[in-house]
Write a protein that binds this ligand. Structure first.
Ligand SMILES: Nc1ncnc2c1ncn2[C@@H]1O[C@H](COP(=O)(O)OP(=O)(O)OP(=O)(O)O)[C@@H](O)[C@H]1O
Ligand SMILES: [Mg+2]
Length: 364
């Protein structure tokens, strides 16, 4: 269903808003060949921003976007890069195959045909090639592409590379990046333990990219956009924003539900918002229940207290409420942090998923 408030799909230009300054900054980084690390908390709109940016510049650049969220091995990373290079080829298939064949030394490519869509495509044959061979070939092809047009390579969910134990992808990338002329790299990462450790463990990669934190959409922009579709007040948008802690996805889930409900001529007030949030929590109940059930008793206690109070978790009164000792509280919070259930900001623990926090407040 098309909705002016997308929350699961990447919005097209029509439904994309509030990122003018970020687009301007990113374009100027690309102009100046500075690499960028774009990062934020989860679900704020990084992928959306980058995909819309790439769409805007694709006529004058060769744009390559790869999302590495599901990679298991370093070879997976290389294969995705190759896929991205192939996908950036537009136009005549046979001409592209010829060009790719001459760019790759070891990788071969062949045409594919999808009988359902009746469309032709190109696939790479990469069996028996090592990570080094794959990556060497990829960068040789990328460097060749730069002779045609400036290349922009965006790697989404970059924190995944820190999970590869056998091969240090960051070090390999760094080497090639330093040789790259005419390529702008955009790394996209979600803030969490993995990204935090990546800043330290893979400092070599991050020292060659300027860091660009992506903030939440501005309340004013959400309001100006939402009022085109809904009869809402600025105060109500503020109310939603506070409940959702500024998370774009959750804000849109709420606005979407209000939008599809609006024919029932309900007045849009905070009671309706509360009811809609409750619906969202019901829809996520199974998921959060499963997440919660696997925790140990002390972890459950610590999580429940964090959701309820947010601070002063070591005060006598709060510890007593769950009958948990100071040291158990300490170790449980540490374990929850390691499992990425909770995060740390300015030395304070918090639940980074606002819906999970609301769920915990309501159901625990
Ligand atoms: N500027 C925007 N305009 C309209 N919708 C947006 C915007 N930014 C994000 N969204 C919506 O919010 C959802 C979440 O955004 P997105 O997936 O881009 O976030 P992310 O930061 O990449 O998340 P993750 O950390 O999970 O990768 C998107 O599916 C999209 O529908
Ligand atoms: Mg994303």
């Amino acid at each position: 269903m098309t909705t002016p408030f997308p929350f699961e799909t990447i919005p097209t230009k029509e439904f994309f808003y509030g990122r003018e300054n970020e687009l301007k900054d990113l374009k100027s980084h690309i102009q100046n060949y500075t690499n960028v690390l774009l990062f934020s908390k989860r679900r704020m709109g990084k992928s959306t921003l980058i995909k819309n940016l790439l769409k805007e510049i694709e006529d004058n650049h060769i744009v390559i976007y790869i999302d590495i969220c599901n990679i298991i091995t370093a070879e997976d990373f290389a294969r995705l890069l190759i896929k991205g290079i192939i996908a950036s080829e537009k136009g005549d298939i046979l001409a592209s195959i010829k060009k790719l064949t001459s760019s790759f030394k070891k990788i071969s490519v062949e045409p594919t045909f999808d009988s359902k869509t009746e469309e032709m495509g190109i696939k790479a044959i990469t069996y028996n090639l090592s990570f080094n061979e794959l990556i060497e070939d990829s960068f040789a092809a990328l460097f060749k592409l730069t002779k045609e047009k400036k290349v922009v390579l965006a790697i989404d969910d970059i924190q995944q590379i820190s999970n590869m134990k056998d091969i240090n992808i960051a070090a390999v990338l760094r080497k090639y990046i330093q040789e790259s002329n005419n390529i702008s790299y955009i790394f996209i990462g979600s803030k969490g333990n993995a990204l935090n450790s990546m800043f330290t463990n893979n400092a070599q990669l991050y020292s060659i990219a300027s860091q660009m934190p992506l903030k939440a959409l501005k309340i004013k922009d959400i309001y100006n956009y939402a009022k085109e579709y809904l009869n809402v007040s600025k105060e109500l948008i503020e109310y939603i924003y506070e409940l959702c802690k500024g998370e774009t996805k959750l804000i849109h889930m709420v606005l979407h539900r209000i939008y599809i409900d609006k024919d029932n001529s309900n007045t849009i007030d905070s009671e309706l918002v509360d009811a809609v949030i409750d619906e969202v929590l019901v829809s996520k109940n199974d998921f959060y229940k499963t997440l919660f059930q696997v925790l140990s008793i002390n972890q459950k206690k610590a999580f429940r207290l964090l959701a309820k109070y947010g601070k002063e978790l070591f005060s006598e009164k709060i510890l007593k409420e769950e009958n948990i000792s100071r040291s158990s509280m300490q170790s449980s919070l540490k374990q929850l942090f390691a499992k990425e259930y909770i995060d740390k900001e300015n030395g304070n623990y918090l639940i980074p998923d606002p819906a999970f926090e609301l769920w915990a407040k309501k159901y625990l």
